[in-house]
Design a protein around this ligand. Structure first.
Ligand SMILES: Nc1ncnc2c1ncn2[C@@H]1O[C@H](COP(=O)(O)OP(=O)(O)O)[C@@H](O)[C@H]1O
Ligand SMILES: [Mg+2]
Length: 440
């Protein structure tokens, strides 16, 4: 998403050196490139992107709904933007650009992704087509495009608003049981539930509807129902550059994700899948990005392996969520956020090789609803060989709600080891030493 610099689409990108004092912004003849980072108020991603910008000597303007709600922004220029209204946000960004020209616009999370693409298009910055990004933000639109391009994915259908149990049963029968019911626009497994029977599906649909409405989803929007795909799930982190996908990492999710709710726990990379399976994952992801029309920037894809085929669960035009990107380190010493920013401003990214060691992250689940009193045992968990960090991200005294009603995690544990199995063992040992205290 960098200024296109009047190049033909297939022309090589201009290399923009980073060293201070070098003219770095080809279009505006400034010394330091300026990037607008779109940040929803509830983002986990602010510190890591701001740190990456500092490391790369990139000037940052933060675009967010409530600048005062974001911590760690001291001294950073902020622009108030309605991220839930991409057209209005894009218009405000264009106005801002006329006074303070931007070199790139990067959404740090899902919520700003469409606004970033729309504004980039208006400003002539390198970008994903807004329609492609919009399709990643609407699971039904995504399924339709993937189906059109014959990308392997579960059978799917819709449950309209106000559907009676018989209508739910009909939708479920067409995809088959077991099935998964989900809202089309939420994330972090919020409102995603499995159903194993026709009667169960009606109750599940009601619960998903309640969660969706509670999370602000249009009550008239249909729910998505999909055939449940059994099998191992993986996540692929990639970076698209002029339509070509670089695979940065494939994470195994070694805990079975069989439902009824789909709370994520452990991610470990490199994947222990066979070469053939990984190729199937990469191939399906490439097909999915082409089907959606994504061309630039970070990509997070989730797939399941069944019968030696990779089935696309979801593709998002963003980096991995939460603090999970801290599980990735690259041989050049760059972070994922640095790579994303370098790509966005058209600076060379260098080799995209991950570090030699295996690495993993554990998302600490919320065991039940109530008031968080605290998480004990952090220093014991930190002392586990291989554990590199423990971050508790919810303060004591806060109400906590588990998935599927909730969409937050208590925190994140990181481990590094020679082999993926050892990183996983370290994470499990750390988890066994953490005691979550919840009242109420
Ligand atoms: N059709 C499906 N088959 C099997 N598991 C699924 C299916 N759909 C969703 N899941 C599980 O639920 C999780 C969350 O669903 P997803 O569609 O990715 O929504 P979200 O945007 O909330 O992450 C997935 O990572 C996967 O584990
Ligand atoms: Mg997902």
């Amino acid at each position: 998403m960098f200024r296109r610099c009047e190049l033909a689409p297939s022309a090589p990108r201009p290399a923009i050196p980073f060293a201070s004092g070098v003219l770095t912004s080809a279009r505006h003849h400034r010394f330091v490139p300026r990037v607008l980072l779109l940040m929803p108020s509830a983002t986990y991603r602010a510190p890591d992107f701001l740190e990456a910008a500092r490391a790369l000597d990139v000037e940052v303007v933060v675009g967010c709904e409530e600048p005062q709600a974001l911590s760690g922004l001291m001294g950073t220029r902020a622009l108030r933007l309605p991220l839930d209204d991409p057209d209005a946000a894009a218009k405000a960004i264009v106005e801002h650009d006329s006074l303070t020209p931007l070199d790139a616009i990067v959404a740090v999370d899902d919520q700003g992704a469409v606004a970033a693409a729309a504004a980039s298009e208006l400003l002539g910055l390198h970008h994903n087509p807004p329609r492609a990004v919009a399709a990643t933000r609407d699971k039904l639109a995504m399924r339709a495009l993937l189906a059109q391009h014959e990308v392997p994915q579960p059978a799917y259908g819709t449950i309209p608003a106000g559907a009676r149990p018989a209508e739910v049963a009909l939708a479920v029968k067409t995809v088959g049981l077991p099935c998964v019911v989900k809202p089309t626009t939420l994330s972090a497994s919020q409102g995603v539930l499995r159903a194993d029977s026709l009667e169960g599906a009606a109750a599940v649909a009601q619960r998903v509807r309640r969660i969706a409405i509670g999370a602000g989803v249009d009550p008239e929007a249909p729910l998505l129902v999909e055939r449940f795909v059994p099998g191992q799930e993986v996540a692929l982190e990639g970076l698209l550059d002029d339509g070509a996908l670089d695979v940065l990492a494939v994470f195994d999710k070694p805990d079975p994700l069989d439902g009824p709710a789909f709370e994520e726990t452990i991610y470990v990379t490199p994947s222990r899948l066979t070469h053939r399976d990984i190729e199937a994952v990469v191939d399906a992801t490439r097909k999915a990005t082409r089907a959606l029309g994504l061309r630039e920037g970070p990509l997070h894809a989730e797939l399941r392996l069944r019968d030696a085929r990779a089935w696309v669960i979801e593709v998002a035009a963003r980096t991995i969520g939460g603090l999970c990107s801290r599980a990735l380190a690259f041989s050049t010493g760059r972070t994922l956020e640095q790579l994303v920013l370098a790509h966005a401003i058209g600076s060379p990214m260098g080799p995209l090789q991950r570090e030699d060691r295996a690495s993993g992250v554990l998302m600490l689940p919320i065991p039940r609803a109530g008031t968080l009193l605290g998480v004990e045992g952090v220093s014991r968990a930190l002392a586990v060989p291989g554990v590199s960090d423990v971050q508790i991200t919810i303060a004591p005294g806060r109400e906590v709600v588990p998935v599927p009603e909730g969409n937050r995690y208590l925190g994140f544990v990181f481990a590094r080891a020679k082999r993926p199995a050892d990183a996983e063992t370290a994470l499990r040992r750390a988890l066994s030493l953490l005691e979550v205290r919840i009242e109420g």
